[in-house]
Design a protein around this ligand. Structure first.
Ligand SMILES: *Cc1c(COP(=O)(O)O)cnc(C)c1O
Length: 451
């Protein structure tokens, strides 16, 4: 021991610069963007409009107009690049912890021995464990403004239903949620949380709606999927005129609400003096992808191949890598309008997986345009590849991420390994769309396979 005098442990102070309000940052509405970025007027070609079937069935477009919130229909029709974020929504987004951190994954980089820099956008840190809350808060706010008391929606993996139950509670609304049966059964923990929040949940297909009854009677899509849940939610709204139907992904207004993600990443990277070479998001309905990449569309137009945009999908629902860009319904019964997107066909029986958020046969019209015009690349990963990446993240970065997010991080890892070969100090940003704590069944199944 040196002769230097050291304070006795009891005399230690936190230090002269200790400031607990900095240690636990609380953001202000001013830290949230004033406007959402609308991708639609910024696409290189016009967005192919949704259509009716021309099959003599009652107009699906008219039904959508009746059951949806006025504010989001206005947003979908808008030709403005920026849509104002209401002050109350900015306050609530600040209150849930926006801006979310941008984490440099140094331990992962060291493990991969890569010259690449990997940044992770931490949407998993929001209170319901996923980015879905960004749009759920906005839509619940618009519903309350319109005097609506009950919202009905579908959810695939459950994160959107969870976020809607949370946001509905915030604004004193009731939430009715149709949940892809396969995921609802896999995730009793999330089911409990949604119920604790006051959500009314039906695993789909259910006996609760005409559409659900028809599927059960015919013995089709019995595992349930996002598509069956969409069909049931719309069917429920049709039979309950006092309710309004909302969506958690896919549509232009949802992608716009998620643009807080990309706007924050831009500001955070600029503060670090960084320019991204590659942006990566997993892709189901395309809302975290659109939200991250939308604000970068102008940069992409300027930089071309200098900026890579990558959508990571599930090999069990390989729409962008194997599907066709054509008009299709988003649900197996065809109660939704026809939308032009990448699709596997609405009769495609999706296999059971633990990546419910990416498990659908079709997708977003906006993402369809981005892909068809060569603006985004796509990669597909098998479930085992995703969970291997999840384990890697837990062991090296200490965080347990959602199975969906594992696809995006896997693409980042692949790029980082490639960078080791080329020596290129690539700057990679991957969106960690969600937390995995309520998706442990998937990780458990992965371990059970002996992998
Ligand atoms: C919903 C969800 C997704 C997929 O949705 P997108 O609309 O494609 O972004 C991905 N990850 C998590 C955690 C989700 O909750």
């Amino acid at each position: 021991m040196s002769g230097e005098s050291r304070p006795a442990p009891g005399a230690m102070t936190p230090g002269p610069d200790w400031n607990p309000t900095r240690v636990v940052p609380s953001s202000a509405p001013d830290d949230v963007p004033e406007a959402w970025f609308n991708l639609v007027p910024n696409l290189p070609i016009p967005l192919p409009p949704a259509r009716d079937g021309g099959d003599g069935q009652p107009s699906r477009l008219a039904l959508q107009r009746r059951i949806r919130l006025a504010a989001v229909q206005e947003q979908d029709a808008s030709t403005e690049s920026f849509l104002p974020v209401p002050q109350r929504v900015r306050e609530e987004l600040a209150a849930i912890g926006r801006p979310t951190p941008l984490l440099r994954a140094r331990a992962l980089e060291a493990h991969l021995q890569t010259p690449a820099r990997i940044y992770l956008k931490r949407e998993d840190m929001l209170p319901t464990g996923s980015f879905k809350l960004n749009s759920a808060i906005a839509q619940a706010y618009f519903a309350a403004q319109q005097g609506v008391r009950t919202l009905v929606t579908e959810t695939g993996a459950g994160q959107w239903g969870h976020a809607v139950a949370w946001a509905a509670r915030l604004f004193g609304l009731h939430a009715v949620i149709f949940w892809a049966g396969v995921s609802a059964r896999q995730k009793p923990g999330r089911h409990t949380v949604i119920k604790l929040l006051g959500g009314e949940v039906y695993p789909s297909p259910s006996e609760r709606t005409q559409v659900g009854k028809a599927l059960l009677r015919d013995g089709r899509h019995l595992l349930g999927s996002l598509g069956t849940a969409i069909g049931e939610a719309i069917s429920y709204a049709q039979d309950h005129p006092e309710t309004r139907y909302i969506s958690g992904s896919n549509l232009p207004h949802v992608l716009a609400h998620q643009s807080v993600i990309g706007q924050e990443v831009k500001a955070q990277l600029a503060a670090l003096g960084e320019t991204p070479d590659t942006l990566i998001a997993c892709v189901g309905g395309g809302s975290n992808l659109g939200g991250l990449m939308g604000p970068y569309l102008a940069d992409k137009a300027e930089r071309g191949d200098g900026l890579k945009l990558i959508g990571a999908e599930s090999a069990s629902a390989p729409r962008l890598t194997r599907g066709e860009w054509r008009y299709d319904h988003a649900d197996p019964e065809g109660i939704t309008p026809l939308t032009k997107s990448y699709t596997l066909g609405r009769d495609y029986e999706l296999p059971e997986t633990h990546v419910g958020g990416l498990r659908q046969h079709s997708g977003s019209a906006v993402v369809g345009v981005l892909r068809s015009q060569g603006l985004i690349d796509a990669v597909a990963y098998k479930e085992t590849e995703a969970f291997e990446t999840g384990s890697l993240m837990l062991r090296h970065e200490g965080i347990l991420i959602a199975p969906e997010s594992c696809h995006a991080v896997r693409a980042a890892v692949d790029r980082a390994i490639e960078a080791r070969r080329t020596g290129h100090a690539e700057t990679i940003v991957a969106c960690v769309s969600g937390n995995g704590a309520l998706d442990l069944e998937g990780y458990t199944a992965h371990l059970g396979d002996g992998a």
